[in-house]
Design a binder for this molecule. Structure first.
Ligand code: GAR
Length: 215
C-alpha cells in the first residue's frame, strides 16, 4: 500500500507512521509527505527518512478549490492508495474529498463527536470532563464529522493543563493512527453508506475503543 501524509506542522504523527513502516508494524510505503507550509518540521522528518516531499502553499491560492486542485496535482504522480491528514490544518473542499473518498483519513484530538474544530483540550478541561482523547475517522464533507474508526482516551487529571494533556493524547494518537492505516492496508477497513466497516461490522459512535495501558 502506498500512502501520502499531509501535514502543516511538527509531524509527530507522521513520525509514528515512519517508525511503524520501518519496523513492519505498518505494511505501507510512505510515498509522499505534502505540506501547506514550507517551514513545517515534519518535512525535515520526511527528508531524514528519505521520503519525497512537496509544499503547496495555501497562501498562493485565492480560492480553496484552487489550492485543493494544486494538491491533487502534486499527489497524482504517486498513485497512493490512502491519504493521511496528520495535523493538516486546512479545511478541504469537495474537490479534494470526493477524489479520495473512502481512502482519506484524519485524526482529531478529541473524543468525537465531542469538540469538533479547534482548542479541543482547553474545551474539555473547561467543561470539567473526566476524559479527553483522539479519534481517527474517515473524512467526509462534514468537518470532523466523518465516520469514526478508532478512538483512545486519556484521563484529565486534577490541575491538568493544555500542554500536558495534549502531550498525553499525542502518545495515544501515535498508536491509533498507524493502527487504523494498517487495518486499511489489510483490507479490514472500509467506508460504505452505513459508515466505517471493520471486519464486516459497522463501527458504532466513536469507532473501535482502544483502551490499553500507555506503554
Ligand atoms: C495532533 O494532535 C492532531 O490530532 C491535531 O494536530 C496535532 C498535530 O500534531 N490535528 C488537528 O487538530 C486537526 N484539526 P503532529 O503535527 O505532531 O502530528
Amino acid at each position: 500500500m502506498k500512502i501520502a501524509v499531509l501535514i502543516s506542522g511538527s509531524g509527530s504523527n507522521l513520525q509514528a507512521f515512519i517508525d511503524d513502516a520501518a519496523c513492519g508494524k505498518l505494511s505501507a510505503e510512505i510515498a509522499l509527505v505534502l505540506s501547506n507550509r514550507a517551514d513545517a518540521f515534519g518535512l525535515q522528518r520526511a527528508a531524514d527518512a528519505g521520503i519525497a516531499t512537496a509544499v503547496v502553499d495555501h497562501k498562493a491560492y485565492e480560492k480553496r478549490e484552487d489550492f485543493d486542485r494544486a494538491m491533487l496535482d502534486a499527489l497524482a504522480p504517486y498513485s497512493v492508495d490512502l491519504v493521511i491528514l496528520a495535523g493538516f490544518m486546512r479545511i478541504l473542499t469537495p474537490v479534494f474529498i470526493s477524489t479520495y473518498s473512502g481512502r482519506l483519513l484524519n485524526i482529531h484530538p478529541s473524543l468525537l463527536p465531542k469538540y469538533t474544530g479547534l482548542h479541543t483540550h482547553q474545551r474539555a478541561i473547561d467543561a470539567g470532563d473526566k476524559w479527553a482523547g483522539a479519534t481517527v475517522h474517515f473524512v467526509t464533507e462534514e468537518l470532523d464529522g466523518g465516520p469514526p474508526i478508532v478512538q483512545a482516551r486519556v484521563p484529565i487529571l486534577r490541575d491538568d493543563n493544555v500542554d500536558a494533556l495534549a502531550a498525553r493524547v499525542l502518545q495515544r494518537e501515535h498508536r491509533i493512527y498507524p493502527l487504523a492505516a494498517q487495518w486499511f492496508a489489510q483490507g479490514r477497513l472500509r467506508l460504505d453508506a452505513r459508515g466505517a466497516i471493520l471486519d464486516g461490522e459497522v463501527l458504532g459512535p466513536g469507532g473501535f475503543q482502544l483502551d490499553e495501558p500507555i506503554s
